[in-house]
Design a protein around this ligand. Sequence first.
Ligand SMILES: Cc1cc2nc3c(=O)[nH]c(=O)nc-3n(C[C@H](O)[C@H](O)[C@H](O)COP(=O)(O)OP(=O)(O)OC[C@H]3O[C@@H](n4cnc5c(N)ncnc54)[C@H](O)[C@@H]3O)c2cc1C
Length: 411
Amino acid sequence: MCNGVDGEFMEIKRVKIAVIGGGASGIACAITCGERFGKNSTVIIERQSRVGKKILATGNGRCNITNRNALPEHYHGDEKIIKSVLEKFSPNDCEKFFARMGVLFRDEDGGRVYPYSNQASTVLDGMRMYCAKLGVPEICDFEIKLIKKHKDFFSVISQNIVIQAENIVFATGSKASPSLGANDSGYSFLKDFGITSTTLKPALCPIHAKEKYKNLKGVRSKGTVTLFDGNQKIISRDGEIQFTDYGISGICVFDISRFVSDCKNPKIFVDVMKEYSENHLCDYLFKCRKIFTNADDILTGTLNKKLAQVIVQVCGFEKKSCKELSENDIKKLAHTVKHFTFTPLKNDDYSYAQVCAGGISSKYVYPDTLMSKSVKNLYICGELLDVDGECGGYNLHFAFGSGIIVGKSIK
Ligand SMILES: Cc1cc2nc3c(=O)[nH]c(=O)nc-3n(C[C@H](O)[C@H](O)[C@H](O)COP(=O)(O)OP(=O)(O)OC[C@H]3O[C@@H](n4cnc5c(N)ncnc54)[C@H](O)[C@@H]3O)c2cc1C
């Protein structure tokens, strides 16, 4: 017992490693520490009433746990950290790690890997049961009031408990998806140690646009989304586009979302007939002009009906008959099908973001060990770091990998 922050008596717990944050990276780190240093060497400190809430929400409850193509080209952020983590932790390593807790993998398209059970809860249960077996306790509902650095240990202090640890690991995640308990406390605690993050922005999120088409809510179409900044092409992705009443969504949209806030004049062009060139499409629409009566129907046999009507409206042809459509009108229609335009609105809302771009860079941590360069025995892993991946299992792969690397680096 000792005197706490408010002068009350406090329970003291002494450990070798305190992992702050019971998410993907924190639990993976704690498991590695438990395996290396034995029972009661390590504790997981969690602010929420239970660990792993975000894991349960991943992959729509299925948990896209890793990707067989986990290579640097699928990540953004600090290249040194990305390279170091991916070199040390491959998708096979991920499979072997989970095999130790009896979690079987199943491969799907695009290199995506899910637990064989198709349930995210399998992943969390496997990790938690293994932690219990290793003697790594979770301390939940732990609201940190203060973290103090002493000569050879740290004190992590809540209202009534002090955890004294030789090493502390920050695995508190990012601010993305606050409804799952995400917050920015990790960045604030690190700031007290002189460790600051690069600019943060939401990533892997839907895009809100100036153009709002209420009728398109719920419409899906295969196609290509391309982000331009003025005349400069920034990035392009193929996939299923989900139209909403506020803009666009879908995996391909998520993957380009992180670039929008860097653009001065962002514009997104959606091509809903990517297999057809604009000229080829014109030829086809000239034929359709003879088939249909009203211009409003000209795309009826080609696109989703609601999408077809909105595109005709955007061109201003909805009141015309097909006969009235000139050659230039047909060209305009073909161009609009290939360049259905959305003007993204500025987005600093983390509510629907799956991850956060930006974080702690290699200016502050050694890429090999992820230990702080200025504070010995302080480590950082997971999304707190300046690394974000594309959709497809890349972010969990990085979270697990970085947590395991920290666990292996602690002496
Ligand atoms: C809806 C959704 C779906 C996703 N689906 C996928 C997917 O299928 N595949 C994929 O690869 N990625 C997916 N991601 C991204 C992935 O979940 C994250 O990148 C990953 O969980 C990050 O791991 P982490 O350990 O850094 O943080 P988290 O998993 O967020 O864990 C951080 C933990 O720290 C705790 N914490 C925070 N502050 C404190 C504090 N002060 N004290 C104590 N504890 C604290 C939090 O409560 C939390 O439990 C998804 C994200 C979301 C939001």
